[in-house]
Design a protein around this ligand. Sequence first.
Ligand code: IVH
Length: 376
Amino acid sequence: MHTQQQIERQTVLTNLLTEHGHRYHSMDEPTVSDGEYDALLLELTDLEKNTGIILPESPTQRVGSRPLEKFATIKHGMPMLSLSNCFTEDDVVNFDHQAAEAVDLSVTAWMENIVYHAELKLDGIAINLTYIDGIFHSAATRGDGTTGEDVTAQVRTIRNLPIEFHGNDIPKFIEIRAEVVIFKEQFSRMNAMLMERGEKTFATARNAAAGSIRQLDPKITSNRPLTILCHGIGHHEWMKNYDNQSDICSAFASWGLPMAPESKLVLGIDGCIEYYNRIKERRDSLPFDIDGVVYKVNRIDLQKKLGFRHHDPRWATAHKFPADEVSTTVTSIDIQVGRTGALTPVAKTEPVQVGGVMVSSFTLHNFRVLDPYLFL
Ligand code: IVH
């Protein structure tokens, strides 16, 4: 492709991805699958590398989207960053080698010595929790990475959130990075109830979690089956100096914070790949959605040495699963009438296995998927 054409394509992709990003982050109504979004993003990243031009509005330069205006805002003590993505084993090997170079270890020494903290990549909504003297103080969404929406009142309603820490070494101030999710079973029940009441249903558990947190009325949030799972640390004033990511997670758990399950210390790339394959096989039997796994260099001194590149840490990466997509045949479409008179089109299909569940009826969201601009 000629450079001019490449730049034009960059503009088209930038607009398209910005629109999809807005639908995903701010409206909780995505019109493309995560897989399609990632493919478009990859195409744009490659073009940017080829042309050496990055448009100022390019989604490769942004994290999330602007906070909604209706909520007050909170500035994070430390920016909430994203993770680089690996889609293949080669990507993981490259990530590891780049990290090895950055800390100036030979590849062999690195591969022999490095311990990664392998974790589930929870497919929920990112939340920053702030505790002062061990008491829950505030909660914010990621927003643009620097400033998020103040959802303290909404998050306070989540049953498994500790309002007060217990135990020892409680920090004066700490930001806890967490993910709000809805368990699969509770999601199905919640959607069935919403449909019965003639209210808007959600396409995925992630959208439902995001939609439930972004309710101006916390009473509505409190009726939604939300669960919070913690995985990381932000800004803190903590006397204790921990050497490893795993020690931080143990301290969090000892205070009563609900930690994401299945985390494991693994040795080198082989350990990472083994963890990925094991979790991928069990993905469907997990009670909540995940879209991959995350590898974090366990040693905090190495994390500090590695630092960040643009918006991503060099000491962590996400290893994504292929998108969970299936095809089936629509046999009929019914229009369900809710109690309030709201109409919901529901497709009956040949039964198909998706996410470990056999499904034969789908609420039809996202009619705009047929908009011609999506086929540019
Ligand atoms: S670590 C600088 N660990 O994925 C470290 N993130 O694509 C950044 N996420 O915004 C995050 N599970 O909301 C981390 N075990 C995990 C995670 C996780 C889910 C989300 C998180 C983050 C996004 C990055």
